[in-house]
Design a protein. Structure first.
Length: 272
């Protein structure tokens, strides 16, 4: 695949466009690759070229990528104003429940159903899932689906109003913990040290809830790309997006090491 500029809209022409419906909720899903399935959930404000680049890395590592369209313009490089409008709409959507801890987002039911369908279609021992930013913690909730074996949380940012809160019902969180123990699973998570949305309090809460099943990685702020798209420059003016907008695509960079660890995690769990 030739190098794609991150500053231009991505037509996503190398992904198959499908529609997946669960309980009358229909969403577009971009699918590419072969092998066990990995659900790649976009960060705010949508499937940007940076998110699509990460999905292609997963595809090229030997997996079938399922990338659902959850908000924003697919493939777009939104400017600061457009991105802010997408963010505001998502914040008031009942699907996501951006505010208030201890509540599971309804959209995770749809995502769990997508994981079931992807596992049935692709086979293998199970499915991987990575959430980013607004969708970060969704990968944790998705482990309520038995097919999900490799959950990754990249800068999980909800709830927005409680730095130490988790966007999952206490009963669901207890069930997730029991599942991790019963099936000997772990949860990988990533954040930058100076992230003001996904703060240390959130990783502390995850660690307290999941114990040794939670593996949190904290990258130094110096590892973040200093020239992200305009949405991030205006509205996320701190290191935040570990494997997308703030990743430095150069050998030896901590963000590349994080990417490679995630791919190895998927391979270990799904190509056994």
């Amino acid at each position: 695949m030739p190098h794609r500029p991150m500053t231009q809209d991505d037509p996503l022409e190398d992904f198959e466009r499908r529609e997946f419906t669960f309980e009358d909720a229909a969403k577009r899903v971009y699918v590419a690759g072969t092998g066990p399935a990995v659900i790649v959930m976009t960060e705010m404000p949508g499937i940007s070229p940076h998110v699509a680049r990460f999905a292609r890395w997963v595809r090229d590592a030997g997996f079938t990528v399922y990338m659902p369209s959850l908000f924003g313009r697919d493939g777009a490089v939104p400017d600061a104003d457009e991105g802010a409008a997408v963010f505001r709409r998502a914040c008031v959507s009942a699907e996501f429940r951006a505010f208030g801890a201890g509540r599971t987002a309804p959209v995770t039911q749809w995502l769990r159903a997508l994981a079931r369908q992807a596992h049935a279609a692709c086979g293998g021992p199970g499915v991987g899932a990575i959430g980013m930013c607004f969708t970060g913690n969704f990968a944790l909730t998705m482990t309520l689906e038995p097919a999900v074996l490799a959950p990754v949380l990249s800068q999980p940012s909800l709830p927005l109003d409680e730095p130490g809160g988790l966007d999952i019902d206490p009963e669901d969180l207890a069930a997730v913990g029991a599942r991790l123990e019963a099936d000997d699973l772990t949860v990988l998570a990533y954040r930058f040290a100076g992230d003001q949305v996904c703060r240390a309090e959130r990783f502390a809460a995850l660690s307290q809830a999941l114990g040794e099943r939670f593996v949190g990685r904290v990258l130094p702020d110096s590892a973040a790309h200093t020239d992200p798209p305009s949405f991030f420059q205006r509205h996320v003016a701190f290191p935040h997006s570990v494997v997308t907008a703030h990743l430095i695509d150069e050998a030896g960079q901590p963000t590349i090491a994080a990417r490679d660890e995630i791919l190895a995690f998927f391979h270990h769990r799904l190509h056994a």
